[in-house]
Design a protein around this ligand. Structure first.
Ligand code: CMP
Length: 144
């Protein structure tokens, strides 16, 4: 199986509650490598563009307000089957439905403050990575 990249955000609730280390430990424990990472406080335009596919959803405005409410950790992850693997360890979007041991089951406060975001497919991963990182900022297996 080929190496794959996915995009991760530790959301404002995760950063605010000092959970960066615990979330990254789960990511690395699952065999995924952090190949780029930085803290950022998203602008409204950055959050609206990033979540553009949800623009028509009733929760869009609340989602953008929430994602711009404090700093987040943006990261690119790399590994075998990284997109599905990260979704597996994140758990379901709604923490009430998240499997035991997953990041959201352990840490999420609500469907909105659900601690992490991960890409849902190859096209979204490519778009989301390029929304925040240049190729020269990503240190994957090709550069190590
Ligand atoms: P995320 O994976 O970042 O993608 C979109 C986000 O919208 C999702 O996680 C949730 O945090 C948030 N959200 C808020 N309300 C809902 C909802 N009713 N259904 C799906 N996602 C929601």
């Amino acid at each position: 199986m080929a190496l794959e990249r996915t995009f991760s955000i530790i959301k404002p609730d995760g950063v605010r509650r000092n959970l960066i280390g615990q979330v990254l430990a789960k990511i690395e424990g699952a065999g995924l490598k952090v190949t780029a990472s930085r803290l950022a406080w998203l602008t409204r335009a950055e959050a609206e563009g990033f979540y553009g596919v949800h623009r028509e959803r009733p929760f869009f405005n609340d989602l953008v307000n929430y994602m711009t409410s404090g700093p987040v950790l943006l990261s690119v992850l790399e590994g075998e089957n990284a997109i599905a693997r990260y979704r597996e360890i994140m758990g379901a979007t709604n923490p009430k439905n998240a499997a035991p041991g997953t990041i959201r089951a352990e840490f999420a406060e609500s469907i909105e403050a659900n601690t992490v975001h991960g890409s849902d497919g190859p096209d979204t991963a490519a778009f989301e990575i390029s929304w925040f990182f240049r190729q020269t900022e990503i240190f994957g297996a090709d550069k190590r």
